[in-house]
Ligand binder design. Structure first.
Ligand code: NFE
Ligand code: MG
Length: 456
């Protein structure tokens, strides 16, 4: 798959043009969790941000939450808001880049120059004038996503992999200059969202109406919530929809198994209990992504799941429903971040480094750009004893579990009619999840690359 974050392999079996079976593999192993053992817990936001460059601040916040719980640290109100502002700008950056650079090239025809060549000519429905406008917007989106990253750097120091989010709060103090600069950047982004982004997605929605529901996932949705206020409420609510029923989220129900992944075999285990030991010889293995489950079931996570959990109106449950939910979320986060700015108290502390203990366990959970992110940590005398990361893309694109149940992503392709030679229909569905495969496995062997052979 091209135009996603890092190496993903889709193998699909077709009969009369219909997808009957699909396997999605991550061909990249990284071993992040092993890298962290023995290191200072305080450094976890810095290390884990390197899992990924597109959602770095989500890892920083989630790691900080885990460490703060483990060591009994308390974040001052100003610090909470500053962290929200950093993550908000990163969400905006992510959503704009995902839409224009990864998604829209499946729907419009750019000019005959790089990066638009070679073209896929199948199923293009925009007029030549609309294609020209989309091309202009594509380049404009690169500039605007950079503006969002500039907002990130105001409180994060730099982007990606900022220095602003630390256990105990935020490293940057609040002053009028920073507030004004952040506001200026976000006002620019907001007019782009209203004048360009939302109309563009509306146009695609009108021209490709069948994609609103094409590519539905498992129908189970989950959000752990995110963007806390000093009063204790969260901007993203927490919740689960499992087999049609709404229930409250219970962290103890999260497990991972590795029946079909390249790891030393173990059954479903809670992230605090499991290990991450690579073993390329596993007979059923076809990917480096484990199989995260909630109450034993695969859960769809991401902007569509968040909208459904928040009881917001959604237009469907498929490809363009995901893309539309992400577009609306971009607007909502930008608007809300501008309001958070007014809640900052210039000069008030953003950081409190006091710890209540030096050993303990901590569970960090926060919604990342692509959905639910969890970091589980055990700290002994200030050092990491156990670390487990479960990412949104692992939820959406993990391996089959011990019951053989497919991931949300694999399920979304079944029954799809493929007419184009380049499997464009499948590409559109997969990309609507915004998959990231460097996050999912959190050393590639360049010498022995070979196609995977998977028994059906
Ligand atoms: Ni590499 Fe990430 C996000 C995390 S992954 S992008 O959002 O966590 O699924
Ligand atoms: Mg993991």
């Amino acid at each position: 798959m091209t135009r996603i974050h890092n190496p993903m392999l889709l193998e699909a079996w077709l009969e009369n043009g219909e997808i009957k079976e699909a396997f999605i593999s991550d061909t990249l192993y990284r071993g992040f969790e092993q890298i962290l053992i023995g290191r200072s817990a305080m450094d976890m936001p810095y290390y884990t941000q390197r899992i990924c460059g597109i959602c770095s601040s989500a890892h920083a916040i989630t790691a900080s939450l885990a460490v703060e719980q483990a060591l009994e640290m308390h974040v001052p109100p100003n610090g909470l808001i500053v962290r929200n502002l950093i993550l908000a700008s990163d969400f905006i950056q992510n959503h704009i880049r995902h839409l224009y650079l990864y998604v829209l090239p499946d729907y419009f025809r750019g000019p005959d120059v790089a990066p638009f060549i070679p073209h896929s000519e199948s199923d293009l429905r925009l007029s030549s004038k609309e294609n020209t406008t989309m091309t202009e917007h594509y380049f404009k989106a690169i500039d605007v996503s950079r503006v969002a990253h500039a907002a990130f750097a105001v409180f994060g120091g730099k982007a990606p992999h900022g220095h602003g989010i630390v256990p105990g709060g935020a490293s940057m103090e609040v002053d009028a200059d920073r507030v004004n600069r952040y506001r200026g950047y976000l006002m620019e982004v907001l007019s782009f969202i209203d004048d360009v982004l939302l109309p563009d997605v509306t146009l695609i929605k009108e021209r490709y109406p069948e994609y609103v529901n094409l590519g539905k996932g498992s129908g189970n949705y989950m959000s752990v919530g995110g963007f806390p206020s000093p009063e204790g409420s969260t901007f993203f609510p927490q919740g689960v929809i499992l087999q049609g029923k709404r229930e409250s989220y219970d962290e103890k129900q999260v497990t991972e198994d590795v029946t079909s992944a390249w790891y030393k075999l173990h059954g479903p285990l809670h992230p605090m209990e499991e290990d991450t030991i690579p073993d390329r010889s596993q007979p059923k293995g076809y990917t480096w992504v484990k199989s995260p489950r909630y109450r034993g079931q695969p859960m769809e996570v991401g902007p569509l799941a968040r909208a459904i959990i928040a009881k917001e109106e959604v237009i469907g449950q498929g490809t363009l429903a995901r893309i539309w939910a992400r577009a609306l979320e971009t607007r909502k986060i930008t608007e809300t971040a501008l309001k958070w700015l007014n809640r900052l108290e210039p000069g008030a502390e953003t950081f409190n480094g006091k710890t209540g203990r030096s050993s303990g366990i901590g569970i960090g959970q926060h919604e990342a750009m692509r959905g639910t992110l969890g970091h589980w940590i055990s700290v002994k005398n200030g050092r990491v004893d156990h670390y487990q990361v479960v990412t949104p893309s692992a939820h959406n694109f993990g391996s089959r579990d011990e019951a053989g149940t497919r991931s949300v992503g694999e399920t979304s392709l079944l029954g799809l009619n493929v007419k184009s030679e380049d499997l464009k229909e499948a590409g559109r569905i997969i990309r609507s999840f915004d998959p990231c495969f460097s996050c999912s496995v959190h050393i590639i062997d360049g010498e022995n690359l070979h196609a995977l052979k998977i028994p059906v």
